[in-house]
Design a binder for this molecule. Structure first.
Ligand code: HEC
Length: 148
């Protein structure tokens, strides 16, 4: 009986996490253009839209690093500190801000990296995406890990 209760608790927690901070199913069934068109401001927070763009940008940077090209950063990543989140209290917490600042610092390091440091600094940046996600939003972790 005890095991069953634990199982149930984990199951419910998983559902709660999936609902609160991911839209995995929709993303998998639509290509990026379609996903852009179906963004609904009542469902997708500013922060989740920013995150999706960050994911796409990281994918592009990964390719540039692999090809030894100059990396391009077009998004304003500072917005992770101010964009409206599905759970605003979470995003206002000191822990979230600390993870956000670590991430922003790792992006800064990547932008100013010498060519022989790019692979390492890119990898550190993705680690910082994951560090925050482990605490605040585990749903997309598998997808983020693939950015490495
Ligand atoms: C400081 C914490 C933090 C950092 C750093 C961070 N994320 Fe997120 N991410 C979140 C939170 C919180 C959400 C949920 C947003 C919401 O629902 O409002 C999220 C959501 C997402 C999503 C799901 C978006 C959707 O479809 O709803 C993806 C994908 C994602 N992040 C990728 C990344 C990538 C890639 C990086 C690094 C380049 C990154 N994140 C860095 C906290 C973070």
């Amino acid at each position: 009986m005890k095991y069953y209760r634990n199982f149930l608790a984990i199951f419910l927690l998983t559902i709660a996490i999936t609902i609160s901070c991911t839209n995995e199913k929709k993303e998998k069934t639509l290509n990026e253009d379609q996903a852009q068109q179906t963004i609904n401001p009542n469902v997708d927070s500013e922060l989740s839209i920013l995150m999706r763009n960050m994911f796409d940008e990281a994918k592009a940077i990964k390719k540039q690093v692999k090809n030894g090209e100059q990396i391009t950063v077009k998004l304003n990543h500072e917005e992770i500190l101010t964009a409206h989140a599905t759970d605003p209290d979470e995003a206002a917490s000191p822990e979230y801000k600390a993870f956000a600042n670590l991430y922003l610092q790792s992006l800064k390091n990547l932008k100013s990296a010498k060519s022989d440091e790019l692979v390492n600094f890119y990898s550190v940046m993705v680690e910082n995406c994951m560090a925050c996600h482990k605490v605040f939003c585990p749903g997309p972790l598998d997808r983020i890990r693939k950015l490495k």
